[in-house]
Every structure is written in structure tokens, then in C-alpha cells.
Design a protein around this ligand. Structure first.
Ligand code: IDP
Ligand code: MG
Length: 140
């Protein structure tokens, strides 16, 4: 295993319910370190670009509207095997399929409003981190 970094987003359904601290505790208890964090309101253009890979999916417009419906918390998480580890801590995309103890099992409202985003591979993690953070904003 190697130390990796991954991009995490605490989504608007979770910031609205004041769950940032409870979600961050899951990351920290799970062995990940929050090495960058900022609360922002995404623009429509940013949300469309970030989720561009899903542009052809039927849920794309709804997803973009949801992601700009309130503030998000952008984060870089660091740790051993951080990309896969974060996906384990998050749980399955659809909370109905998420394992006990995961963020999505405990907090997600629906398959769309599922509380967190996490990068899915080393290449996307690097791209997604660079999309939102300057190198100087990340302090390991
Ligand atoms: P992931 O977030 O677990 O990586 P992706 O398939 O990459 O899941 O989908 C990105 C996001 O799009 C999901 O987290 C969720 O918010 C939304 N999404 C995925 N599938 C659906 C769907 O079938 N209906 C509505 N929204 C969806
Ligand atoms: Mg994904």
C-alpha cells in the first residue's frame, strides 16, 4: 500500500443538516487525514464541469441542480490506500445498498442526495484535486 490523496466533497444535503463534523469524524476514525478543506458554493459551470463524465446520463441535470442547491465542503483526504479506503467509508452510491456504519448508510437521503463524493481512481483523484485546490492549499 502507498500513501495516497483523494478528493472528497460533503454534499449540500449533508451541509444543510449540519453533518460536516460527524462525517469528518468518520474519515478521521477510518484512518484518513483531512489535509485541505474549504466550504464553497459551487457555480453551475463548476458542477457541470466536475461531473462532465456523467453528462449523457438521465440524472445529470438533476445532479447539477442538487450540487448547487447549497454549500459543499471540498476536501483532500490523505492516508494509506486513501482512494479505496474513502470509498469504503462512504459506502455504496445507493444508500439502500450501503454497508452498516458507512456514511451513506447513516446519512444519505437518496441515491442522488447521498451526502459525499469520493474520487474513484488515482487518475481521477489527481484531476479532481487539481480542479479545486492549488498545491499551496494542501498541507500534509
Ligand atoms: P459515486 O458518487 O458513488 O462515485 P457515480 O456513479 O459516480 O457514483 O455518480 C455520481 C453521483 O451521481 C452519485 O454520487 C449521485 O449523487 C448521482 N447519481 C448516481 N446515480 C444516480 C441515479 O441513478 N439517480 C440519481 N442520481 C444518481
Ligand atoms: Mg463517481
Amino acid at each position: 500500500m502507498a500513501v495516497e490523496r483523494t478528493l472528497s466533497i460533503i454534499k449540500p444535503d449533508a451541509t444543510r443538516r449540519n453533518l460536516t463534523g460527524k462525517i469528518n469524524a468518520k474519515f478521521e476514525d477510518g484512518g484518513l487525514r483531512i489535509v485541505a478543506q474549504k466550504r464553497v458554493q459551487l457555480s453551475k459551470a463548476q458542477a457541470e464541469a466536475f461531473y462532465g463524465v456523467h453528462r449523457e446520463r438521465g440524472f445529470f441535470n438533476d445532479l447539477v441542480s442538487f450540487m448547487i442547491s447549497g454549500p459543499v465542503v471540498l476536501q483532500v483526504l490523505e492516508g494509506e490506500n486513501a482512494i479505496a479506503r474513502n470509498r469504503e467509508i462512504m459506502g455504496a452510491t445507493n444508500p439502500a445498498n450501503a454497508a452498516e456504519g458507512t456514511i451513506r448508510k447513516e446519512f444519505a437521503e437518496s441515491i442522488e442526495a447521498n451526502s459525499v463524493h469520493g474520487s474513484d481512481a488515482p487518475e481521477t483523484a489527481a484531476q479532481e484535486i487539481a480542479f479545486f485546490f492549488a498545491g499551496t492549499e494542501i498541507v500534509g
